[in-house]
Design a binder for this molecule. Structure first.
Ligand code: APR
Length: 233
């Protein structure tokens, strides 16, 4: 395996599946029995804020009850021991990368354990519920929403992500269906600027044909193997 100096990793719901957190598209686009449009769009929130708040209150509780799996812990080891540049871009809103020991993590779709005040724009670490309209610690308004990027909203730190992709010499996609842009376009941006591209996924994805190499299997097996090979260099 070549020696890499600058790695960008993209993760999706599949890396947290073995921690017991559901993926999005296992059951034809339903998510915990809700159409995604109902609970993951600003329109859905405007239509029924209580439903959406309760939905994310349940996701937040599930995240807190989940544990990092061997894949998260392997990426934590990579973060600690790899001497080059590393950025882990995750589409997931759980905190399992951080609890698995990774520090260079970017949550492009927001975080379940963060609340966003729509009155003063402040963001706060949040482990409780939002359904009862708690006051914003900064401004006191009862106007906090889940700090999750919904469909139709702009993912976070896109400039930083594309700058990292163009500088990378290896792009690794883990546990994502390649169904949702802009993340689904990262492999093309990486390969256009000379990166090798590797996909680790349970099954072939919508983007598999764009990768130099695809390995199929559970993340808890494929990711530790891959990290051992990278660090073994
Ligand atoms: N190991 C590796 N991959 C797995 C595992 C596993 N144990 N279990 C499932 N997968 C794979 C599936 O084969 C699938 O390709 O993970 C992928 C999960 O795909 P999705 O459910 O579409 O999740 P994701 O790709 O993260 O969705 C992207 O869509 O709904 C939006 O904002 C939401 O961030 C999400 C985005």
């Amino acid at each position: 395996m070549a020696t890499f100096r600058n790695i960008v990793v993209l993760t999706g719901a599949g890396i947290s599946a073995e921690s017991g957190l559901k993926t999005f598209r296992a059951e034809d686009g339903l998510w915990e029995d809700h159409p995604v449009e109902e609970v993951a769009t600003p329109e859905g929130f405007a239509r029924d804020p209580d439903l959406v708040q309760r939905f994310y209150d349940e996701r937040r509780a599930q995240v807190l009850a989940a544990q990092p799996n061997a894949a998260h812990e392997a990426l934590g080891r990579l973060d600690r021991e790899f001497g080059g540049e590393l950025l882990i871009v995750t589409q997931n809103f759980d905190d399992l990368h951080t609890r698995g020991g990774a520090e260079r993590v970017l949550h492009m779709h927001g975080e379940a354990l963060s609340a966003w005040c729509t009155a003063c724009d402040a963001r706060h670490p949040w482990r409780g519920t939002l359904r009862d309209g708690p006051p914003c610690p900064s401004c006191g308004a009862a106007a906090m929403r889940p700090d999750i990027v919904w469909f139709g909203e702009m993912p976070y730190q896109m400039d930083r992500i594309f700058a990292s992709l163009s500088a990378a010499d290896l792009f690794v996609s883990i546990g994502t269906s390649g169904a949702v842009y802009p993340a689904a376009g990262f492999v093309q941006a990486a390969s256009d600027t000379g990166s090798r591209t590797l996909e680790l996924n349970l099954e072939r994805s919508a983007g598999s044909h764009r990768f130099d190499e695809t390995r199929l299997g559970p993340a808890s097996e494929l990711v530790p193997e891959w990290v051992d090979a990278v660090l073994g260099e």
